[in-house]
Design a protein around this ligand. Structure first.
Ligand code: FAD
Length: 424
């Protein structure tokens, strides 16, 4: 996708801030911007909000708490947790792998909670609407083109937030980007949801490993991992399993398509392996895969500051520069078949500087969630969804302050974020 002059009828709507992408980062950006009084438009290509959590069944929000279980993300993120509590669906769980506290999600409750948040804040929402092009003049992004069921429209705005996870707006405007070689990126994974798993069935990594290794040698099939995270979901009692990894370059159509098909084939083998080899799994069945492959990493914005693994490991505090906190340990999926963890000093949190979400290229562009500027190790921590709420919140506030003709210096953004309940 390249920058181009857009033609056609005048833009239908001119918000102050346009947010592209309705995952946790985009929802938080849109609401954060709206709470400053800005007029906001939120555009999402799917028919629901929630991003990867819903489109790929990633049903545990990490990053709201650090490893000592202190809360590190609030603000718009807290509004979401409050919605879950109101629906009597707020559940937390401590993971086997890292000992961190996560928030367990039910997909249907999550979709409705996010709808409610966006609607209650009066944010115009365009679902099934995909960003297809953008126009830049004199170094500023002026308009974008979106497509809804083949119908194209233009939207003009003053401030823009890319929350697409894949940097679709960054690519459209030719903004500086960081794209690591495919073999250094985090794996993609097709999440599997199993039903019919007995309430007392083992969910241990060791039991899964034994079942998969036995199946692999008997069937002579190559499965990407011999074990992976297993979490019992609230309400449905389904077990979510993350094992069907793929390392294809999903920035190519061919790689992305191959990864989807190979991973579905692997999921069928995992079902057989677990049914045959794990007590309590004999009557299990696949409720769903994905629906789409979960993509952990593609592009990042080249910002004004790159968060480093050292910043994360040392729990570095940068009070003059921070706009969010990260509390999730580094969880690296770049090596085939393994997940490695590296913690944060004192089981605490680190500051995420403003420069990680500010474009180094366009003064009216911010990016959040999966797009923050981070080296490979830091990215393995900062990418998670609780943290995406926090970086999205900051990006939305910054874009709104800028669009309102105010200074969007870090101190201004910090001031507004604190007023909106963010933890800084
Ligand atoms: C397999 C897997 C397991 C994971 N496990 C966890 C976990 O347990 N806990 C956790 O917290 N995180 C986990 N993550 C990470 C987490 O899911 C992401 O990093 C997080 O969703 C990032 O949020 P985001 O808002 O930046 O992006 P996303 O959630 O990906 O949202 C981006 C949104 O932008 C939309 N979009 C994209 N392009 C366009 C376009 N052109 N026009 C309009 N809309 C567009 C998408 O449809 C999507 O809704 C996992 C990721 C994967 C892949």
């Amino acid at each position: 996708m390249a920058t181009r002059d857009l033609s056609g009828p005048a833009p239908a709507y001119e918000p102050d801030v346009l947010v592209v992408g309705g995952g946790p980062a985009g929802v938080a950006a849109a609401i954060g911007a709206a709470r400053t009084g800005a007029r906001v438009q939120l555009v999402e290509q799917h028919g629901f909000l929630g991003g990867t959590a819903i489109a790929s069944s990633v049903l545990t929000y990490c990053g709201f708490f650090d490893r000592s279980h202190s809360q590190v993300v609030a603000g718009v993120g807290q509004l979401f947790l409050d919605e879950l509590a109101r629906a009597e669906r707020y559940r937390t769980h401590v993971t086997q792998e890292s000992g961190n506290k996560v928030v367990l999600l039910d997909a249907e409750t999550t979709k409705r909670a996010l709808d409610a948040l966006v609607c209650d804040h009066g944010v115009p929402l365009a679902l099934h609407t995909t960003l297809t092009a953008a126009e830049v003049r004199d170094g500023l992004i002026r308009e974008v083109e979106v497509s809804h069921l083949g119908h194209r429209e233009r939207i003009r705005a003053a401030g823009f937030v890319d929350a697409t996870g894949d940097g679709v707006l960054l690519a459209a405007v030719g903004a500086a980007r960081v794209v690591r070689p495919p073999q250094e990126r985090q794996a993609s994974t097709l999440v599997m949801r199993f039903g019919g798993v007995h309430g007392d069935a083992s969910l241990s990594a060791d039991a899964m490993r034994e079942a998969v290794i036995t199946y692999r040698s008997r069937q002579n099939v190559d499965l990407p991992r011999d074990h992976g995270a297993m979490v019992r979901l609230p309400i449905t009692g389904e077990v979510m399993v993350l094992a069907a990894d793929h390392h294809a370059d999903v920035l190519t159509v061919e790689g992305h398509t191959r990864a989807e098909i190979d991973s579905r084939r692997a999921a069928a083998h995992y079902l057989s392996a677990l049914r045959e080899g794990m007590p309590g799994w004999e009557c299990s069945f696949l409720v769903a895969t994905g629906p789409a492959l979960g993509v952990r990493e593609t592009r990042h914005m080249a910002g004004k500051y790159q968060l480093t693994g050292e910043d994360v490991a040392t729990g570095r505090r940068q009070p003059d520069h921070t706009v969010a906190r990260g509390g999730w340990p580094m969880e690296d999926h770049s090596q085939p078949g393994v997940t490695s963890h590296r913690g944060i000093r004192s089981d605490s949190w680190y500051d995420i500087p403003y420069g990680t979400i500010e474009s180094s290229h366009h003064e009216n562009l911010w990016a959040a969630g999966r797009l923050v500027d981070a080296d490979a190790m830091a990215y393995s921590s900062v990418r998670v969804m609780g943290t995406a709420f926090a970086t999205g919140h900051a990006a939305g506030v910054a874009a709104a302050l800028y669009a309102g003709g105010n200074s969007a210096l870090c101190t201004d953004v910090q001031h507004e974020l604190r007023a909106q309940g963010a933890l800084l």
